[in-house]
Design a protein around this ligand. Structure first.
Ligand code: PGA
Length: 251
């Protein structure tokens, strides 16, 4: 098993270009000893400046969304060609906030994943249940359907390039983290599902992150679980000190 852990910061609609550059001025000098993969996903307007500053460093760059088409009459949207030229290594696809506020569906998520892979940008694909679904006892069924729909018509060699992020909606920004064993239960089920859809080789290569109120205080416990390969972090990724504390969890 050779999955390299990934800690990715999802900054959501936070940080101007100036604030992003200030974050990096303080964060970058610290990262020399970090052994895992790190990525920041700032707003679109900060990406170019961030990419220039990240050149030659170990920190990767991601966007928070993209359209699946390369060009066209889609006012307000950003295409994979634009992200590739920045260049972005990652793009978050299907975050629950996009599904909830911007009408993203399993179908648009699938189109975006295919487009990202075609343009050599690794998609970080978010799945996760609501509180009502958890209380109803349908978490596993619901998340497995999201995973299956996300992977529709995607070839095994492409599926390996996807990073999944299991983010229970009730744990996002609420301070409520899923317990490490609850997170492992769903993430283990996602890996089994990938094995059923493809094979063991693909299932062992795909990285699956946990997201939802991840903090320096709970990262170690989460990372100790067999199938959890890292974290997608919102609030705690916005300050250089706490993001560094997360990325250095194993030092
Ligand atoms: P949070 O957000 O860490 O602030 O809970 C995680 C996410 O939405 O990706």
């Amino acid at each position: 098993m050779s999955r390299i852990p990934l800690i990715a910061g999802n900054w959501k609609m936070n940080n101007t270009k100036r604030e992003t550059l200030d974050f990096l001025s303080s964060f970058l000098p610290k990262v020399e000893n970090i052994t895992i993969e790190m990525a920041i996903c700032p707003p679109f307007t900060d990406l170019y400046a961030a990419a220039e500053k990240l050149k030659g460093t170990k920190v990767k760059l991601g966007a928070q969304n993209m359209h699946w088409e390369e060009t066209g009459a889609f006012t307000g949207e950003v295409s994979p060609l634009m992200l590739k030229e920045i260049p972005c290594d990652y793009v978050i696809i299907g975050h629950s906030e996009r599904r909830q506020y911007f009408a993203e569906t399993d179908e648009t998520v699938n189109k975006k994943i295919k487009s990202a892979i075609k343009h050599n940008i690794a998609p970080i694909v978010c799945v996760g249940e609501s509180l009502a679904q958890r209380e109803e006892g349908i978490t596993i069924d619901f998340v497995m359907t999201q995973v299956e729909n996300a992977l529709k018509d995607i070839k095994p060699e492409d599926a390996k390039k996807i990073v999944f992020a299991y983010e229970p909606i009730w744990a996002i920004g609420t301070g409520k983290t899923a317990s490490a064993s609850d997170a492992q239960e769903v993430i283990g089920a996602i890996r089994n599902k990938i094995e059923k859809l493809y094979n063991k080789d693909v299932a062992e290569d795909v990285r699956i992150l946990y997201g939802g109120s991840v903090k320096p205080e709970n990262i170690k416990e989460l990372m100790a679980e067999a199938d959890i390969d890292g974290a997608l972090v919102g609030g705690a990724s916005l300050k250089p000190d706490s993001f560094y504390a997360l990325c250095s969890f194993n030092l």
